[in-house]
Design a protein around this ligand. Structure first.
Ligand SMILES: [Ca+2]
Ligand SMILES: [Ca+2]
Length: 76
């Protein structure tokens, strides 16, 4: 398993908090799609959220977000 540096972890936290508009510690599909739809099509956003939200509960937890962040670093 990839281990993040302190700096990478801080970047991930900053991104998560920037997206978590109501500061409840999770990203709803609505919060994430609002941010992503500025740049991406609805269909692409749905695919991305489906991939990140591995337990399918309609919310992106910090752990799910962090896992996706690590996956992206590993694929670079
Ligand atoms: Ca939230
Ligand atoms: Ca989830």
């Amino acid at each position: 398993m990839l281990e993040l540096t302190g700096e990478q972890l801080q970047l991930a936290k900053n991104a998560f908090h920037a997206l978590d508009k109501d500061r409840d510690g999770t990203l709803t599909v609505g919060e994430l799609s609002d941010a992503l739809k500025r740049f991406l099509s609805d269909e692409t956003v749905d695919q991305i959220i489906g991939k990140i939200n591995t337990d399918g509960d309609g919310k992106i937890s910090w752990n799910e977000f962090l896992q996706d962040y690590k996956n992206q670093l590993e694929n670079d």
